[in-house]
Design a protein. Structure first.
Lengths: 115, 112
């Protein structure tokens, strides 16, 4: 059975700090790893990673995947109070679109950024 | 373009009742998936539909059912509601490649 483990489960930092969120996984026929930010309801897409060692960046956020060690990290630099949210990591299998494969999510990391 | 839309946004039901939740995918997306998110946990997969056929089912009891219509919208039905069914129900749609996986805002179901 597919498994995704995120750590830490919660994190409290001050504005301006840099944080690293971790995601390890076990999945059959790995296709992609996705990061989402969830503030109230809908998880909003941050990154999709399919290849090892290639960093993806979007502003102060960046993420990288290690397919050999089966983990990914999400970095947030110069944190702001608006970064406070639950960050979800999910993995998808090959053949997602038709074979009935699905995203398997971790529990999420609750990040709180204090002013 | 409209994103994934779900209705209703909130719902309160009594134990034993039935509920129907609705989802309209992004235009052009033919795959719809349903997830249940209990407070404090990550979303759990319930169903995936592609081209109106069930393509995957998670570990949920038969009280949960779904269908997809010719316009690719979808309904999730839950019978004989239990208190433990209280959760945020999320719908996601994707294109034929499986990429562009986008979530709706969800339906918050409370069973009392």
């Amino acid at each position: 059975e597919d498994k995704v483990v995120q750590s830490p489960l919660s994190l409290v930092v001050h504005e301006g700090d840099t944080v690293t969120l971790n995601c390890s996984y076990e999945v059959t026929n790995f296709r992609s790893l996705l990061w989402y930010k969830q503030e109230k309801k809908a998880p909003t897409f941050l990154f999709m990673l399919t290849s090892s060692g290639i960093e993806k960046k979007s502003g102060r956020l960046s993420s990288i995947l290690d397919k050999k060690e089966l983990f990914s990290i999400l970095n947030i630099t110069a944190t702001q109070t608006g970064d406070s949210a639950v960050y979800l990591c999910a993995v998808g299998r090959r053949g997602m679109e038709t074979s009935g494969s699905r995203l398997t999510f971790g529990e999420g990391t609750q990040l709180t950024v204090n002013p | 373009d409209a994103g994934v839309t779900q209705s209703p946004t909130h719902l309160i039901k009594t134990r034993g009742q039935h509920v129907t939740l609705r989802c309209s995918p992004i235009s052009g997306h033919k795959s719809v998936s349903w997830y249940q998110q209990v407070l404090g946990q990550g979303p759990q997969f319930i169903f995936q539909y592609y081209e109106k056929e069930e393509r995957g089912r998670g570990n949920f009891p038969d009280r949960f059912s779904a269908r997809q219509f010719p316009n690719y919208s979808s309904e999730l039905n839950v019978n004989a509601l239990l208190l433990g069914d209280s959760a945020l129900y999320l719908c996601a749609s994707s294109d034929r490649t499986g990429y562009g996986y986008t979530f709706g805002s969800g339906t918050r179901l409370t069973v009392v």
